[in-house]
Design a protein around this ligand. Sequence first.
Ligand SMILES: NC(=O)c1ccc[n+]([C@@H]2O[C@H](COP(=O)([O-])OP(=O)(O)OC[C@H]3O[C@@H](n4cnc5c(N)ncnc54)[C@H](OP(=O)(O)O)[C@@H]3O)[C@@H](O)[C@H]2O)c1
Length: 269
Amino acid sequence: MKTMSILGCGWLGKALADTLLKKGYAVNGSVRSEKKGDMLRTIGATPYVIQVENSGIFGDFESFVAEADILITAFPPGIRQDPNANYTARIKQVLASLPSNCKLLHMSSIGVFGAMQGEVNETTFPVPDRDAGNQLLKAEEAVTALGANATIVRLGGLVGDGRHPAKQLAGKTEISAPMAPTNLVHQIDIVRFLTAVIEGDFWGQTLHCVSPLYHQRGVFYTQECEENGLALPHFSPDKSDRNKKVLDTKSAELFGFEYQLAGCHFKDC
Ligand SMILES: NC(=O)c1ccc[n+]([C@@H]2O[C@H](COP(=O)([O-])OP(=O)(O)OC[C@H]3O[C@@H](n4cnc5c(N)ncnc54)[C@H](OP(=O)(O)O)[C@@H]3O)[C@@H](O)[C@H]2O)c1
């Protein structure tokens, strides 16, 4: 039986853990408190309390990865909560402690691309325009040094299981960039995508996991709020240069992937 260690069992990590357990994998999952660890035990994962800081890893990381065939990194840069968080340094701590026989499936973000980079695919050189994007990109560069022992998956905006941008935008005013494309992806599709990478042994890749249905932000979020009884959002008429559209041009060819919840609608969350 293969062992998967998921570093960061939050919204995405826990859903992935659930699916991998049902498929018969052994799963180690990490959170940052004992209390949340109990939740992992109830789904059948082995809980660890681990915190990756800028200067070191707190918790028994050695045991967490000792038997792991694959380590999946699923914790965010955390800069919004802590402006001193150094995500690049944190990922480098993880890489330095990774056993040589353990593969790495690294969750990154389409935030590596600048908001005005237009249409981008996996071969486009990212030019981040935010601190988090810079840190994500530098972390990716460090991961790339593992070559065929690692795959990077850049996730679009996350929806599913109670999460949808329409909730945050409802009732807000002066929201910018109504014409910009949404670049969303549903949790169910992300978990299917990651499982396909793991089961198909697709290593040494940089992949985009983003739904191929792009809505215009203004039209889409207004409609989603209207249809679901949320206060209407109001978009600014000011011109915006935000035009980022992130394409997944690899997964269909590599592992025949099709997005099942491509619409990313509020009702499916
Ligand atoms: N938000 C987006 O739209 C978006 C877009 C693209 C990509 N992503 C990426 O998607 C992945 C999953 O995000 P998510 O929404 O599932 O995150 P989440 O719900 O916030 O969960 C993060 C998990 O990681 C743990 N964690 C947080 N900081 C940590 C640290 N410094 N060291 C160790 N563990 C830490 C948390 O522990 P506790 O449970 O104890 O808090 C939690 O279990 C991340 O890699 C993120 O960068 C997000």
